[in-house]
Design a protein around this ligand. Sequence first.
Ligand code: 3PG
Length: 308
Amino acid sequence: MTKVLIATDKPFAAEAVNGIRNVIENAGFELVLLEKYTEKKQLLDAVANADAAIIRSDIFDKEVLDAAKSMKIVVRAGAGYDNVDLDAATANNICVMNTPGQNANAVAELALGMAVYAVRNFYNGTSGTELFGKKLGIHAYGNVGRNVARIAKGFGMEVYAFDPFLSAEAIEKEGVKAVASAEELYSTCQFVSLHIPATAETKNSINYALLSKMPKKALLINTARKEVINEAEIVKLMEERTDFKYVTDIMPANHAEMAEKFAGRYFSTPKKMGAQTAEANTNAGIAAANQIVDFIKNGNERFRVNKK
Ligand code: 3PG
């Protein structure tokens, strides 16, 4: 029988697992669950006889993919697939997919929630500021960026976006101001929300030169990836600019240093929370299950992200 593994270090909500189980069992497949594993060996053992896998930020590197002898498809229930070695998957004849958009609203709500938290001085009882009337820059206007724009307009913010893969017309038809470069976005907006993926081009790209362009009382909100931030340079910048705040949903490698040096201006969630809602888990998990069934039964490769 076709075995579908859910391998999630950070588990889905129970109702999402039930929904996935329904889809998988109705297709006549078997569901196997590996949650909160503590050692890589558990993952290596679990993938060994699975035909398909649903994962989140779980690391599917060459060692894991090489061990997955009967694996045909891995679906990352979510947007970013920087945790999967795409070349190793292709070499092992494994199709890799993501589920774009399915968890986007959850991440966007958290981005704005973290913005409120920061401008209200982390709810410490002192007088903060409001989002109304302020300029928000959305760095990368994909599924999450679009949802951030929609919610930010509700707050009465002036919304700008930069996306190197979209035309100004495509952005502006949604009532958002398009700018021509990242430099222009950062020099225009007091608030910037990051929605870029972690790629060879974007890693370390949010650096001193870019952040120092931001206006007074700047706030950077990161619900994207920690790897896109140049950690040494954000420390240098925040040492120089005591008006600069940074909130992140992805704990940086230098978290202890940041928390100590920038108390009152820096916050990180203990574990990435952006997509951690029952709705997002259900949407992304069930989409992943349906994509697996459609791939195995009908060969549908829509949402494939690796080469054949
Ligand atoms: C994504 O890329 O979809 C988000 O970062 C959510 O990741 P998670 O499923 O690991 O929480």
